[in-house]
Design a protein around this ligand. Structure first.
Ligand code: RM4
Ligand code: MN
Ligand code: MN
Length: 428
């Protein structure tokens, strides 16, 4: 029996209940003026990339408690993302971390990607750890380092990462740069000089990229350094990207903000400036917690999608296509279930944002009617869209209940049987 047969068989057991709920929701949406087919198409078109570093339990510098059967190679990671995508039809891309996942047999990897209906759409560099055999240390920074030779080594690493990406297929056109560079004590860094050195290093990388490549610059307020980070905020990322060129953009990682930061406003600002390049989705209670997306603040996730949906409808906005990626890795859950939940929560937030009556919202805003504006948003947010998301996935051949089927088929146990109880994924 093929996997798609197994999905169909499983869906058969759920379809009666689903049709009942979808019938009601579809009718409700049509009555309030939505074109249900368009909504389904918009959801079907939405894809979020899975990070190669999230297929193992991790996300902690303390103990790791793997359940077993983790992917031991890039090939096995592709297999795991293949399962996720087959189940939800919304995870058709992989974001690759180098050197945690250096490809060796490019032809075989491209074939495996194709067989799993996947692409590798972006590559991430890593100058936040020293690799064995590396001549110079990043202990005191990489692209910002006082020593030109260390900067050069870090620049060359980034260029090499992009070269790996180019060999992985034409769809891979994005280099994501996250710098751990920073300082831990007052006086340690000459802030202005360190910034200038970083800008020049990034310009060198940018200029070495193929002309159709994008460079995404991530920011983070603290950790691993606790006095200053070289790129602590979106303003710094924005200035750096402007200093590089039009294809340098800002990447917003949801966990890279101080508690209670208004991320949706940052998203709106970046869209306004045409510099929002991508997202790293995750859930956050305190900081870079890398929890399941939407687990802690589903309303905030919805408000972020509202900005994206409104910008997509606004001819004034000139923002390039946004790369959607997950960046989460947890110690407790089965990583595949965690990712399935994240994608489901992202689709749910997007679906709700598509339901916002933007005309009514803008009217309320113009009239300074704060209550009405908030109610318009709440009306969409409180709609139970699960049947809409399920229908969109079902029509693409996915499972009505992806996690349910994953458990029903005991896929983790199968992985443990083939890969071993002690198999641990590469990564953090
Ligand atoms: C960082 C940052 C980067 C990710 C690494 C693993 O905090 O979010 O995007 O590549 O973690
Ligand atoms: Mn990130
Ligand atoms: Mn992070």
């Amino acid at each position: 029996m093929t996997f798609s047969d197994q999905i169909n068989e499983y869906n058969q057991t759920l379809v009666g209940d689903h049709n009942f709920r979808w019938g009601y929701l579809g009718e409700q949406l049509s009555r309030s003026g939505h074109d249900v087919e368009t909504l389904l198409q918009q959801l079907a078109a939405f894809q979020v990339a899975i990070p190669s570093w999230a297929l193992g339990t991790g996300g902690t510098r303390f103990g790791r408690f793997p359940a077993g059967g983790e992917p031991r190679s890039l090939e096995e990671k592709i297999e795991d993302v293949g399962i996720i995508h087959a189940l939800n039809r919304s995870s058709g891309a992989i974001s690759l971390h180098i050197p945690w996942d250096i490809p060796h047999d490019y032809a075989a990897i491209r074939q495996l990607l194709q067989a799993n209906d996947l692409i590798i759409d972006s590559v991430n560099s890593n100058t936040f750890q020293d690799q064995s055999g590396q001549p110079l240390s990043y202990k005191f920074g990489s692209l910002c380092h006082t020593d030109a030779d260390v900067r050069q080594q870090a620049v060359e690493h980034n260029i090499q990462v992009a070269e790996y990406g180019q060999k992985l297929g034409d769809e891979c056109k994005t280099l994501t740069v996250w710098l751990s560079d920073g300082s831990d004590f007052p006086g340690q860094h000459h802030f202005r000089r360190a910034y200038q050195r970083t800008l020049e290093s990034l310009q060198t990388i940018y200029n070495a990229l193929p002309p159709d490549w994008t460079m995404l610059i991530e920011y983070k307020p603290y950790e691993p350094h606790f006095y200053s980070m070289l790129i602590p905020d979106w303003g710094t990322s924005l200035r750096l990207s402007e200093g590089c060129g039009a294809r340098a953009q800002v990447l917003v990682d949801l966990g890279h903000h101080l508690p209670n930061t208004n991320i949706e406003q940052i998203v709106a600002r970046l869209l306004h400036f045409g510099r929002l390049g991508g997202f790293h989705f995750n859930g956050s209670m305190y900081g870079d917690d890398d929890l399941t997306t939407g687990s802690i603040k589903p309303f905030q996730l919805f408000l972020i999608f509202c900005e994206l949906v409104q910008a997509a409808q606004d001819a004034v906005v000139r923002n390039p296509p946004v790369a959607y990626m997950i960046d989460a890795s947890h110690n407790l859950k089965d990583p595949i279930e965690d990712l399935l939940q994240s994608v489901q929560n992202i689709l749910t937030a997007y679906a709700k944002a598509l339901l916002v009556d933007t005309d009514a919202l803008f009217d309320a805003q113009e009239a300074n009617d704060a209550v009405r504006a908030e109610e318009v948003l709440r009306d969409a947010f409180m709609t139970d869209v699960r049947a809409l998301v399920a229908e969109a996935i079902r029509r693409q051949g996915g499972a009505l209940d992806p996690i349910g089927l994953y458990r029903h088929l005991s896929i983790r146990q199968q992985r443990i049987d083939t890969r071993g109880k002690l198999a641990v994924a590469t990564g953090l």
